[in-house]
Design a protein around this ligand. Structure first.
Ligand code: BYC
Length: 330
């Protein structure tokens, strides 16, 4: 149906037969696989979204990595360590999915390091106390799941398949965060205060994770027509608030929003918009931790050069040896 309305990528010209056939496949919920024909805009949008998502997973290790050595018990340390390792795995699945679109991991990382590509705004906020590990797991992973569950049905095959495993792991992450919050909220008055403080600081940045409000979203319309995105930013933000407010009530904590109120008519909560000026400033590179996060990633890249060189040298040597063996056998 949408196919009838499709315009060529170039602008107002009528869509080409190839573009129409492509859109018809999307409309039939067929998966698009690597090396199949796709409009250049579809490929570019996917590289942008998957690449930024991969970067978010990798940069997202930093605020939590900050607490591994200071986890309060051995059990908490082991759990946090496993979670941070999972994030590295998510980054790798996603970089691999992006590579099927013809972009190398090195190119994507170069664009992250130069600031040309973004990563999620949320990771530019500091994690100041152990309660922040609870709030990050509960709210940040909770928001990530809300966004990523629909992406399991995204139209690009490798991306949708990567999402299935990622979502399973994210569910464990969200639960471990909520478990920390339960422990803190039911602990001493000081611990409960730390949990409330973490909620106060992470609530609005978590709402920002879904992206700007629909009226300011640049890519949503096209991405939804291509089923790269399944829902709008505001739809997912509303779902997140609806699910999270009762969880906060169960903890005995207060969501830091005086406008928050149940709206019987829409069967959802009314809530305050985040400070969008702050959001746009953070994604421009001016958040509290942007410089520190990028500097840490660049250092890790530079310090890993000897290891990458070693791996490449070994791969080249093995390839030469295999070629020589083939030659000898002929
Ligand atoms: N942060 O047109 P819009 C995680 C940018 S981490 C930074 O609505 P789109 C996890 C956007 O890129 C979660 N930038 O964009 C890891 C665009 O700028 P450009 C990561 C943002 O793409 C470790 C501009 O604003 N999840 O899971 O249609 C531990 C206009 O926005 C943000 C994903 O990446 C933001 N929050 O929609 C724990 C999921 N929001 O590129 C957890 C996949 C918007 O034109 N991504 N921008 O310069 C998506 O679903 C979509 O890309 C978004 C944004 C909903 C995020």
């Amino acid at each position: 149906m949408y196919a009838q309305m499709v315009k060529s990528e170039g602008g107002d010209a009528e869509a080409t037969p190839e573009e129409l056939a492509f859109q018809a496949r999307i409309d039939r919920d067929e998966k698009i696989e690597p090396k199949e024909w796709m409009p250049e805009g579809y490929r570019k949008t996917l590289i942008r979204q998957i690449g930024q998502h991969a970067h978010s997973e990798i940069v997202g290790q930093l605020p939590e990595g900050n607490w591994i050595t200071r986890a309060p018990t051995l059990e908490r340390k082991a759990i946090l360590l496993a979670k941070v390792q999972d994030e590295a795995g998510h980054g790798l699945y996603l970089y691999s999915a992006a590579e099927t679109l013809g972009v190398s991991r090195d190119e994507l990382l170069e664009k992250l390091h130069s600031g040309e590509m973004k990563y999620s705004s949320i990771f530019n906020y500091p994690t100041l106390t152990w309660a922040d590990m609870g709030a990050v797991g509960w709210l940040v992973d909770g928001a990530a799941i809300m966004n990523q569950v629909p992406l399991q049905r995204t139209s690009y095959g490798p991306y949708s398949r990567a999402m299935i495993r990622i979502c399973k792991e994210e569910s464990f992450h969200q639960r471990q965060g909520y478990h920390i919050m339960m422990k803190m909220a039911r602990g001493t008055p000081e611990q409960k205060e730390m949990a409330q403080d973490a909620l106060n600081r992470f609530w609005f940045p978590s709402l920002m994770m879904f992206g700007p409000s629909d009226k300011d979203s640049v890519h949503s319309e096209k991405s939804m027509a291509w089923k790269i995105k399944i829902n709008t930013n505001d739809e997912l933000r509303q779902r997140f608030v609806n699910e999270t407010v009762p969880q906060a009530e169960f903890l005995g904590l207060t969501v830091p929003d005086p406008e928050l109120a149940w709206n019987e008519e829409k069967q959802g909560y009314d809530f305050s918009e985040p400070d969008w000026a702050e959001f746009f400033d953070v994604i421009k590179g001016n958040g509290p931790c942007n410089r520190e996060r990028l500097a840490t990633r660049k250092d890790a890249w530079d310090e890993g050069a000897w290891f990458r060189d070693g791996l490449t040298a070994h791969a080249e040597k093995s390839a030469k040896r295999r070629a020589a063996a083939r030659h000898a056998a002929e």
